[in-house]
Ligand binder design. Structure first.
Ligand code: LMR
Length: 400
């Protein structure tokens, strides 16, 4: 009965890892998926996460009961505080509905389905380019996806005029997806002043912001600084949605832990919104897993563990910044044609190199370097030892 099923293509990001795993070459490097590696090239479990897990294991009063549909209450409260700030009036006025979801992707999907059911405008504008999964998540959630200009290949920076022009002709009420910080894949963020202009335009047209916050702490090494864009929108008292992921900033990739928060106009609307979120979640996966959220809650509620987390987070961010510098210098030393200043200017886990599809294919074939075909490299997968190999490959690709 399934003989007519056609072979599906691999995922553009996760498929890179599949191809990498099949390559027997000893010099292969995986710069595809955005997953942190140590200077030794190993996945990292944060010390503070290990400590939290020990505490959880040693606490014999802990059981494996189902969580509520909305997840772990402590985790939800602490997650809202982390992104909106502990002094946020929206939290104090009970205007935030937060539900624990399956990391960033699950939060986006639940938010998208809620909007498709309960919001009057079904169009969502996403930046061009954006994370490859956004279009699929929102289309399958029942929204209609359009793009707004974001990245200018000529300057390798923000196309701010294009962004404002596209949002100003969006239908009133349209949803706008914004990356809270460390835009994936470009590493290009609006400045706070630009965010303020975006906010004024969006609020004047009643456009609804939906923030994807997958890198809080990874852009600058500072959790508050990386939440400023979101806080700017929440401070004006208007509505917004935020999808948070703890995959990168706590290294909890496979634990699938994240949260969706919907900021509403009043406390009674918030209660109704939360009741409807439960109706989205229950038939999808019933209720979320307990372990990852318990780790996060343990860390966020303990002052000392929280401090330890921020130190480890900053160390990850700093190592990535260091890799940017090393790669930039390696290309300069080789006299590689082109201006590679964007490598040190871009923010977060990725460098959007500007290499084209053919150059990427060449680097994979000849140098066993694996990256997404849009020329994005995960700086988090790079180490001092592999920088020269990558620089050789880029040099060969642009001079071939
Ligand atoms: C990425 O963009 O590499 C990460 O967000 C991982 C993923 O799920 O695609």
């Amino acid at each position: 009965v399934f003989s007519s099923v056609v072979q599906a293509p691999e995922d553009p990001i996760l498929g890179v890892t599949v191809a990498y795993n099949k390559d027997p070459s000893p010099v292969k490097v995986n710069l595809g998926v955005g997953a942190y590696r140590t200077e030794e090239g190993k996945p990292l479990v944060l010390n503070v996460v290990r400590r939290a897990e020990q505490l959880l294991v040693n606490d014999l009063s802990r059981v494996k009961e189902y969580l509520p549909i909305t997840g772990l209450a402590d985790f939800n409260k602490l997650s809202a505080k982390l992104i909106f700030g502990s002094d946020s009036p929206a939290i104090q006025e009970n205007r935030v509905a937060t539900v624990q979801c399956l990391s960033g992707t699950g939060s986006l999907r639940v938010g998208g389905e809620f909007l498709a059911r309960h919001y009057h405008e079904r169009t969502i504008y996403i930046p061009q380019p954006t994370w490859g999964n956004h279009t699929k998540v929102f289309t399958l959630a029942g929204l209609s996806v359009k793009t707004y200009r974001y990245y200018d290949p000529a300057t390798r920076g923000l196309d701010f005029e294009g962004l404002l022009a596209d949002l100003s002709v969006a239908p009133p009420g349209a949803i706008v997806l914004l990356h809270a910080c460390a835009h994936n894949p470009t590493g290009v963020d609006p400045t706070l002043d630009q965010y303020e202009q975006i906010r004024l335009l969006m609020r004047s047209k009643g456009l609804l912001p939906f923030f994807d916050s997958a890198y809080q702490g990874f852009a600058s090494g500072n959790l508050d600084a990386d939440a400023q864009s979101v806080r700017l929108f929440v401070a004006d008292g208007g509505e917004c949605l935020t999808a948070q992921s703890y995959a990168k900033n706590m290294g909890l990739y496979g634990e699938r832990v994240g949260a969706l928060s919907i900021v509403c106009k009043s406390a009674d609307v918030t209660v109704r919104v939360e009741s409807q979120l439960k109706l989205v979640i229950r038939p999808m996966y019933s209720n979320p897993p307990i372990h990852g959220a318990s780790i996060v809650a343990t860390i966020l509620k303990d002052r000392e563990m929280y401090e330890e987390w921020t130190i480890e987070l900053k160390a990850m961010a700093d190592r990535i910044i260091n890799m940017r510098q090393l790669l930039f210098e390696a290309l300069r030393t080789r006299g590689t044609p082109g201006d590679w200043g964007h490598i040190i200017k871009q923010i977060g886990m990725f460098t959007f190199t500007g290499l084209n599809r053919e150059q990427v294919a060449f680097m994979t074939k000849e140098y066993h370097i694996y990256m997404t075909s849009d020329g994005r490299i995960s700086m988090a997968g790079l180490r001092s030892q592999t920088v020269p190999h990558l620089a050789d490959a880029i040099h060969a690709a642009v001079t071939q």
